[in-house]
Structure formats: C-alpha cells, structure tokens
Design a protein around this ligand. Structure first.
Ligand code: IPM
Ligand code: MG
Length: 368
C-alpha cells in the first residue's frame, strides 16, 4: 500500500497549538516506528474565512475527500460571532461531516486513574470509567429541512426539523453493535420515543437490526433525559451508547466532564469504506477552540493527541501503536504532569502545551 495521507486542519483558537504537538508525534512515528505519513495542511473555520471568505474552501473540501484521514483542531471564536450563519466557522466543520458522510461519531469517555480526582463526581463513580458514545453525525435536527427563521403574522418563528430515515438509523446502530462486540458487548440506545416519532422509529430500527444481525450483543433502551441522569448517577453501567446527533452532542459533553476535563477527550468521525478499504475519517478533539486561552501555551494537547491515536486504530490498523500512544499519555499523567486545565492538587505547577508534548514524546521513547 502507498504511504497513507493525512490532511491537517488546525483551525482556530487553540487548534494550531495542540495540533503542533500532534505533528511532533506523527514525526516520531515516522522516525522511530517506520510509520510514514504524507502530510498536508490547510485552513478551516475562522482562519479559512479570514483568507477566503468561506469557512471551508472547495479545494480543501476536495482534498479532504481524497486523503486517508483528516485531523482537525477546533473551529470558532468570538471574532466570528456576528458573521452571517452561512459562513460561521462551525459551518466548515458541518460541511466536512456532511459531504464526507461521516455518520458514526465515536466519542470515548475514559477516566485515567491519575485524574479520577478531577471529576466533579465522586472518585468511585468515575475511577476506571470506559464508555463509548456513538453519535449519529450527518442527519437529525442539525441538517433536517425545513429550517430557518420565518415571519408568521407579526412575529418571527424559528424552525428546525428532526428527521431520520431507517437506513440512517440502521447504519449507525451497526457501528455501535460492531464496537460493542470488541468491548463489553453492551449497547444502550437513547432517544425520546415517549414524545418524538423519530424516537419511535429510532427504537424500532435499532431493535430490528439487533434481532436480525446482533442478537449476541446485550441491547437496552433509555429515554435520553433519563440517560443523562444515569450518566451522572452511575456511568459505569454503560459500555456503548448509541444516540442521535443532537442528544449525542449533549450527552458527550456531559460524559466528557466525568473524566475530569474536556481537554482529554478525542473523537473519530467515520463513514463508509473507501476504495482502499479504509473508512472515510476525520479525527478531532471534543473540546472547542478555547479563545480565552489561545496563544498562551496553556492548552492541553492530550485530546488532540488521543485523536491521532484513534486514527492509528481506526484508519491505519495500528492498534498496537495506538495502545502505545495511549499508554504514553497515561504514564505522563501518572508522573504528575498537568496542564492548567488539570490543576487542583496542592503544589503542582502547570506544564505548557509543548512541555506536555515533550513529556509524551519522552514516554514514547521510553516505550521502545
Ligand atoms: C461538537 C461541537 C459541534 C457540534 C459544533 C462546533 C458545531 O459542539 O462537535 O460537539 O455541535 O456538533
Ligand atoms: Mg458539542
């Protein structure tokens, strides 16, 4: 197979800083493990708007369709708050997700032992937590038509539409069941079948796919509001959670906080297999662009680095190397290295973004 290709889109805010650390890790794999990538860079979000007047240039979109995987930092910032909706930084990200048809968004929430004290929940509730949220990413209320703000008599009405087809539900359900088989073999599906027709269909289709293809996996259903409550009450009851685009957005932020910091959570957005057998894929940290700390060397690069570990696992069939990178992160945390988002212990001085990168590279060297 030819050298795998990566398109790096650092984006806005802390995106470029955390991505710089990922680039060092990519170089390390080339030098020390003979894993070479053909890397190209481009703009997305506000930085693309500043240059091209659009948050995603057509050429960038075309490149994203051609590479083996896209690595994205973060998009958005207060500078762009007043832009027209159609050119807001977030539209660039949503266009990538939609046009690459990245329907399965994997958001693992794993609590590293060294960080169990950082959660706002009690330590025994989160210690050892390892759950995977599979969020549908290309449909639902994010994309449904009709949408808009219309005039009705004397007042304005805001409209969005929740819409799911059977095939959209079935394909993301399959992704969740497949993942569960490699984990603890349990899927909990979340919707609002008590108030939404799309929720009734969601539950029906997940059940049908389960019965026809995955009856070896344990399946349960929960209303999404109860699911949110259970996530805070006893998150370790879950293995894989599968849910729609909007509920997944909310539930994954809640799950992220269980692990101590939003600065720790990676994600993978996967689509159908390409001609070379690899899935269409985009990897990004769950955190945003954090404009308040951008450019100060304070950002935690771990979520972005762990997103690259997911790329190794899901795009490049390098599960062992992904394990190695995750173990290096775990080691560094166990050694007490903390970026500013992870402070709270007495007498700990924060390390900078690049010092965290140095430490992880050191742990990688030590793993050889
Ligand atoms: C996420 C983010 C995005 C979303 C925004 C930036 C468009 O919150 O990836 O969770 O709502 O999907
Ligand atoms: Mg979100």
């Amino acid at each position: 197979m030819s050298t795998p290709s990566l398109l790096i889109l650092p984006g806005d805010g802390i995106g470029p800083e955390v991505m710089a650390e990922v680039s060092r890790i990519i170089d390390w794999y080339g030098d020390k493990r003979g894993l070479k990538f053909e890397v190209s860079h481009d703009l997305v979000g506000g930085s693309a708007y500043d240059k091209h007047g659009t948050p995603l240039h057509d050429d960038t979109m075309a490149k994203a369709q051609e590479v083996d995987a896209v690595l994205l930092g973060a998009v958005g910032g207060p500078k762009y708050d007043n832009l027209d909706f159609s050119v807001k930084p977030e539209r660039g990200l949503l266009r990538l997700r939609k046009e690459m048809d990245l329907f399965a968004n994997l958001r693992p929430a794993q609590c590293f032992d060294a960080l169990a004290d950082f959660s706002s929940l009690k330590k025994d509730v989160v210690a050892g937590l390892d759950i995977m949220i599979v969020r549908e990413l290309t449909s639902g209320i994010y994309f449904g038509e009709p949408r808009g703000i219309i005039k009705e008599g004397n007042e304005r009405v805001g409209i969005n539409t929740q819409r799911y087809t059977e095939s959209e539900i079935a394909r993301v359900a399959r992704s969740a069941f497949e993942l569960a088989r490699k984990r603890s073999n349990k899927v909990c599906s979340m919707e609002k079948a008590n108030v939404m027709e799309s929720g009734i269909l969601w539950r029906d289709v997940v059940t049908e796919v389960h019965q026809a293809e995955y009856s070896d996996v344990e399946l349960s259903h929960m209303y999404a509001d109860a699911g949110a409550m259970q996530l805070c009450r006893w998150p370790k009851q879950f293995d894989v959670i599968v849910t729609d685009n909007l509920f997944g957005d909310l539930l994954s932020d809640a799950a992220a906080m269980l692990t101590g910091s939003l600065g720790m959570l990676p994600s993978a957005s996967l689509g159908a297999p390409m001609a070379n057998g690899r899935p269409k894929a985009l990897y990004e940290p769950v955190h945003g662009s954090a404009p308040d700390i951008a450019g100060q060397g304070k950002a935690n690069p771990i979520a972005c680095i762990l997103s690259f570990a997911m790329a190794l696992r899901y795009s490049f069939d390098q599960g062992d190397e992904a394990d190695r990178l995750e173990a290096a992160v775990e080691q560094v945390l166990a050694d007490g290295k903390r970026t500013a988002d992870l402070l709270g212990e007495e007498g700990v001085t924060p390390v900078s973004t690049s010092e965290m990168g140095d430490a992880i590279l050191g742990a990688l060297d030590a793993s050889l």
